[in-house]
Design a protein around this ligand. Structure first.
Ligand code: SAH
Length: 348
């Protein structure tokens, strides 16, 4: 007979051992389990954040990348992609649009573009923080050394998103070239925490070769790192990568994992990701109803968005920023929540 006691233990302790993680993952496809977890996940997020769903204005400012992650559409070896790099003024114009729409958080995301040296990013951070001191500024530009992260923190950056991608050495090797390492990725996350950034980690659900054991490693890693934010989304193949013919990750599993993460890190900021909305038209709404509380509308100029194609069929590439906001506000309302544009800092 199936043993469901692990669900109750997670709900009462907000902790799991690795063994329990595996037990839970084995029953996570069962409706009654998902429902129970989602109910508790929503109760927790409402305890900390009420009905609010926070927005993060996303500016995808460069699609140049020195890395070659096998799953990613903007990897270096994708020669079939037009590359773009926004100028500082163009980035400032996006912030201005975001500001006028009410957004008080900007996320600068990009490939690891060597043109944007540590100093150039620091200048940009200073300029944005000077123009919008009350806004939280998040960087998501990959792996750098401690002095560089420190420079950016001192320039005024508040948060940093760097998904760990997978906490398992063997899966990490299947998804990345030899030049990259899991140990460096984790070193980065620990450096960022030590420097006082609010940190976002996370992983993809269902990349080629991922097993329940790997997911258990991811959950244990998050429980140990305790990041302020966790970004998870289904893997989606990109036609110009080695993984073009692979199957996409499961929407249902991603949604169930959102609930589990909410239970493990009760007050974390948890986005219902664009990847989730790409695979399922109601994916983000379902994510919110399972415990997610953040949405990341795109603020980049529409002509660039198609070129920031991490995976195929990415949604929201044609809508102007104001339309994006209105569309999301409607979706969030349907899910029973309220879209807000304030900074939305992490609650202890
Ligand atoms: N260069 C930055 C930003 C990466 S893009 C960095 O290294 O952190 C943001 C996230 O998109 C990645 O962390 C990855 O988890 C996700 N991503 C990349 N390719 C994807 C794909 N094919 N399907 C789903 N998510 C993908």
């Amino acid at each position: 007979m199936t043993d469901y006691s692990v669900v109750d233990r997670l709900i009462s302790n907000n902790r799991l051992t690795r063994e329990e993680c595996l037990q839970l993952l084995a029953i996570l496809d069962q409706d009654q389990v998902k429902k129970k977890l989602a109910l508790e996940a929503c109760r927790l997020r409402e305890h900390y954040y009420g009905k609010k769903v926070f927005t993060r204005g996303l500016i995808e400012f460069t699609n140049y990348c020195r890395n070659n992650c096998y799953y990613c559409g903007i990897r270096r070896d994708n020669k079939g992609l037009d590359r773009y790099r926004m100028s500082e003024d163009e980035i400032m114009a996006c912030c201005h649009t975001g500001w006028q729409l009410g957004y008080r958080t900007f996320v600068l995301q990009g490939g690891e573009d060597p043109w944007f040296t540590g100093e150039r990013i620091a200048c940009l951070v200073r300029r944005i923080k000077e123009a919008y001191p009350e806004c939280a500024l998040t960087l998501s530009i990959g792996e750098h050394d401690y002095p560089t992260y420190k420079l950016w923190k001192e320039a005024g950056a508040d948060r940093y998103l760097l998904r760990h991608e997978t906490a398992s050495e063997d899966l990490y090797r299947k998804l990345h070239p030899e030049t990259m390492s899991l140990s460096n990725r984790i070193r980065c996350l620990r450096d960022l925490k030590a420097l006082g950034y609010q940190v976002g980690a996370g992983f993809m659900v269902g990349p080629p070769g991922q097993t329940m054991d790997h997911l258990a490693d991811d959950l244990m890693f998050l429980q140990d790192l305790r990041p302020e934010m966790v970004g998870i989304g289904p893997f989606i193949p990109h036609h110009q990568t080695d993984f073009a013919g692979e199957e996409a990750g499961s929407v249902d599993l991603t949604i169930a994992l959102l609930s589990v993460i909410r239970l493990l890190l009760p007050s974390c900021l948890l986005p219902a990701t664009t990847a989730l909305g790409t695979l399922d038209p109601l994916g983000r709404e379902k994510g919110l109803m399972a415990g997610a509380n953040v949405i990341m509308p795109n603020l980049s100029p529409t002509e660039n968005r198609k070129l920031y194609e991490l995976y195929d069929n990415k949604i929201c590439v044609d809508d102007q920023a104001d339309k994006c906001r209105d569309c999301l506000a409607g979706r969030v309302r349907i899910a029973g929540y309220e879209l807000v544009t304030e900074r939305g800092d992490f609650q202890e």
